[in-house]
Design a protein around this ligand. Structure first.
Ligand SMILES: Cc1cc2nc3c(=O)[nH]c(=O)nc-3n(C[C@H](O)[C@H](O)[C@H](O)COP(=O)(O)OP(=O)(O)OC[C@H]3O[C@@H](n4cnc5c(N)ncnc54)[C@H](O)[C@@H]3O)c2cc1C
Length: 811
């Protein structure tokens, strides 16, 4: 092996960037046995956002999967300190999120319950306890707070060096003061890494370039949805109350006040999430940007500072020692971008991380797992780079979304709230027609999708709430239409792929765990990872011997296509993503055949076109691919047409169904209808955290068909059984339904958690799906569920609440 200016001429992995994230990846790769790894840093370790971070840390995150991984990061600090001999400067002071309104208090109660689900101990505290834990808070007007003992702050320099030092001890290399200037992919898939001090090769490269990540993406023609933004904190002189204490104050997040505060020596650090934020160098920092601060913009942040000085009155009487205005990066949803980039072999990203001290360890752990074992090991969709597509990296979209995220960092977001930034970006040809019908839109992967129809009310405004909202009755009417007549649901939430070619059947047979359907038939097909974890719940339609359609979730397009590409044979199979080229409607309800019959020329009687049949046919003027199935549990048809013909299809359906009670329905009604049938969906019941055995998808697996991805693991679990299994609960609630991750308890002991919930309008029950311990699932004892922090009785249903025998589907 040759040397190039102190570097080896080849490494298995080159990490670009020596901030907290790059250093954690270096540590984890070397810890898991990959030591032929070099971290190349433009300047010094920490020279990006890391050196001037407030370096506070916490477990709390809106995504429970990420929250659990933040817990891992925090638990790791002891270990890297010991291994490296380098102090991380840990101050585990505990931290409190304050509630200054009844709505926030309710939210914190719900959050506490969610942390209980994750077996993380947090507790609600009274204003008096807040004062005791942090005497400089003025508790006037506070309802209470949520206390977490595992919060605090640390030394950013020490922590980064602890990761790096521990990695170095294990044989990893750190190359400083050397910028990566170009990346070129070689014919063998490896990378030529051009640096200021010479060119080397690497099998894999990782973009952990923080403030420069977008530029390092552009070296390979990649436009990442990540942008730096400005962020301020101030550090005060000594605060007398703190000087008088013999312990540290708890860290405080004043959610209604837009500030956070932690002890800094005998003074405090007060940080601000202002409502009028500013971007900085959207395209990425300049290459020669040093360890510099940006000029403070105190006027702009003064409205929030004024609230902070009221909440912490002692700050009015002490001097300010230092203002910090620094930049760090944001993505549209505030979570990092991690993983292999779809379509770019051996190029990995670990950037867009706004909480390096809470998430750095998690990113290192999952990325190292992924590189070494082929899977991240946890459900990290919430930070997977493949959760975004091209649509997300346009400058205007990115600025709108990150600006909204930053400004709302501490603002309550309700589950029924649809935020306005970056919309509408993508819409179907029927957008205006559905809007005229009263459609209230949400968004998935940039695509506008109807949530419900505020029929007959032109200025309807839904009240954001954790409880049932004033849109409840609209949803009830939609459910009633489907159960008694017919409803159409615009299927923009679907992704469609055509798989064709001489090798199509053999490939799909290996990729999917189900038996492939015969020509003219459809089947639900779980897709597994080698570990047996779910990778998809696709429906596969066979239109010809060597031509199939796969239907999945619209927002999973990049995620699924990355998986497809990874397993695609070199020849014989063609995969086309039709998701934006084809659209349609899913119609279901007892009258749906009558409506269809008015529009088709072929026989679609139950005998000629039974449940799970599929065919190409004309529907009105449109040329459609039709499959007979539904997510509502009723007789139904999924009608797919070229996007340009969707308007024609809509007109035809509405006209044909006018006297048969046909009604447009949205996502919310679909949720109610599918829960009445105990149907799970991807993102809640089915994710890469679960297996087929747990999620009842095992029944769709063809163990006898020969080998397929995940077969060995699924077989093993079939023999051994899963620890937790999916069940349906009916919960005795008053005016709220379960939403997800609420704890399920047996005599006060945690036995499971909710995945999704909704009111079953037809059966008149509050329903939920939940993973519970297998003995609980079998014995079905009386349980409780904490809904918005309130303990409510619940029972496990022995069968789906609606049409348990599945007769309606087959009518
Ligand atoms: C004012 C402020 C307060 C903050 N407070 C907190 C907090 O309390 N808690 C918390 O968790 N987070 C906080 N953060 C955010 C935190 O700083 C970031 O999450 C974290 O630093 C991101 O680390 P990183 O490794 O991804 O990026 P960076 O630290 O930006 O590191 C990227 C590195 O890549 C190097 N690099 C880039 N391009 C190249 C190239 N071509 N070749 C070689 N090297 C290259 C850079 O020199 C840099 O060292 C704060 C940030 C700021 C600015």
């Amino acid at each position: 092996m040759g040397m190039v200016n102190g570097m080896k001429s080849h490494y298995r992995v080159v990490i670009i960037g020596g901030g907290i994230v790059g250093s954690s990846i270096l540590y984890h790769l070397s810890k898991f046995g990959w030591t032929d790894v070099a971290l190349i840093e433009r300047a010094e370790l920490t020279a990006g956002s890391t050196w001037h971070a407030a370096a506070g840390f916490h477990v709390l995150n809106d995504d429970p999967n990420i929250a659990a991984l933040q817990g891992y990061t925090i638990r790791l600090y002891d270990e890297i300190e010991k291994e490296s001999g380098q102090s991380v400067g840990m101050h585990m002071t505990g931290g409190i999120s304050l509630a200054a309104t009844p709505e926030r208090w309710e939210m914190l109660k719900a959050e506490r319950a969610m942390y209980e689900t994750m077996e993380m101990e947090t507790r609600l505290v009274t204003p008096e306890e807040i004062k005791e834990l942090c005497p400089i808070v003025d508790v006037a007007g506070l309802q209470g707070g949520l206390y977490d003992a595992h919060e605090g702050y640390m030394d950013p320099h020490g922590t980064t060096h602890a990761y790096a030092g521990a990695a170095r001890k294990r044989g990893a290399e750190i190359i400083l003061r050397n910028r990566v200037t170009e990346l070129h992919q070689l014919p063998n898939g490896q990378w030529s890494v051009v640096t200021e001090h010479g060119t080397i090769t690497a099998e894999h490269v990782i973009n952990a370039a923080g403030l420069w990540a977008r530029k390092v993406g552009q070296m390979v023609g990649l436009n990442l949805p990540v942008t730096p933004m400005q962020h301020h904190y101030l550090i005060t002189e000594d605060v007398p109350e703190i000087v008088a204490m013999d312990r540290e104050i708890a860290a405080i997040t004043d959610l209604e006040g837009f500030t956070y505060l932690q002890q800094e020596r005998k003074g405090v650090l007060l940080g601000v999430y202002e409502r009028d934020p500013r971007h900085w160098k959207t395209e990425g920092a300049d290459w020669d940007f040093g360890m510099d601060l940006l000029p403070p913009d105190i006027d702009r942040i003064s409205p929030e500072l004024a609230i902070g000085f009221e909440r912490f009155p002692s700050l009015q009487h002490v001097g300010i020692r230092k203002w910090v205005n620094g930049a760090f990066t944001f993505t549209p949803d505030g979570n990092p971008l991690v993983g292999p980039v779809p379509g770019l072999k051996n190029y990995w990203v670990a950037c867009g991380c706004m909480g390096g001290f809470s998430q750095g360890g998690a990113i290192g752990l999952t990325l190292a797992n992924w590189m070494i074992h082929g899977e991240p090991g946890y459900d990290i969709f919430g930070m997977d780079v493949a959760r975004y597509g091209d649509f997300a990296s346009g400058n205007a979209y990115l600025k709108a979304m990150t600006g909204q995220f930053y400004a709302r960092r501490f603002v309550i977001s309700y589950p029924n709230e649809e935020l306005p930034a970056g919309r509408p970006l993508k819409a179907s040809p029927c957008y205006d027609s559905l809007k005229a019908e009263g459609a209230v839109y949400g968004v998935t992967w940039g695509m506008e999708t109807p949530q419900y129809f505020a029929t007959g009310q032109s200025n309807f405004a839904e009240k954001p709430t954790l409880r049932r909202s004033n849109a409840h009755d609209f949803v009830a009417a939609e459910v009633k239409a489907v159960r008694e007549a017919a409803g159409i649901f615009e299927s923009t939430v679907y992704a469609r792929y055509e798989v064709s070619g001489t090798g199509a059947a053999a490939w799909l047979d290996y990729l999917l765990a189900a038996k492939l359907p015969a020509v003219g038939r459809v089947r639900l097909a779980p897709m597994l990872a080698p570990s047996g974890k779910l990778m998809g719940d696709l429906t596969v339609s066979r239109l010809a011997d060597d031509r199939f359609w796969l239907i999945g979730s619209y927002y999973l397009q990049n995620w699924h296509q990355r998986w497809f590409a990874e397993h695609m044979p070199a020849t014989g199979v063609t995969l086309r993503n039709l998701s934006d080229d084809w659209m349609g409607f899913a119609m279901s309800g007892p009258n749906s055949r009558k409506i269809m019959e008015r529009l088709v020329t072929r026989d679609i009687s139950n005998a000629a076109f039974p449940f799970l049949a599929c065919a190409e046919m004309e529907v009105g003027l449109a040329k459609a691919v039709v499959a007979r199935l539904s997510l509502t549990g009723e007789l139904g048809y999924e009608i797919n047409v070229p996007a340009t013909q969707q308007r024609a299809l809509y007109g035809a359906l509405m006209e044909a169904g006018a006297d048969l009670g046909l009604k447009s329905i949205g996502n919310r009604a679909l949720d109610s209808l599918r829960l009445e049938k105990s149907y799970g969906i991807w993102s809640t019941e089915f994710t890469q955290a679960y297996t087929a055995e747990m999620s009842n998808l095992r029944h769709h697996i063809a163990f006898d068909k020969g080998d397929f991805i995940g077969r060995a693991a699924a077989l093993q679990e079939r023999e051994k059984g899963a620890e937790k299994v999916l069940v349906t609960l009916a919960i005795d609630t008053v005016d709220a339904d379960a939403a997800g991750f609420e704890p399920v308890k047996l005599k006060g002991k945690l036995v499971g958690y909710i995945t999704s919930g909704a009111y079953g309008h037809h059966v008149g029950k509050s329903l939920a799906l939940a993973y519970v311990d297998k003995d609980v699932a079998a014995s079905k004892p009386a349980l409780t569920v904490d809904v918005i922090g309130e303990t409510r009785p619940a029972v496990i249903l022995a069968e789906p609440a609606y049409d348990p025998a599945g007769k309606k589907l087959r009518l």
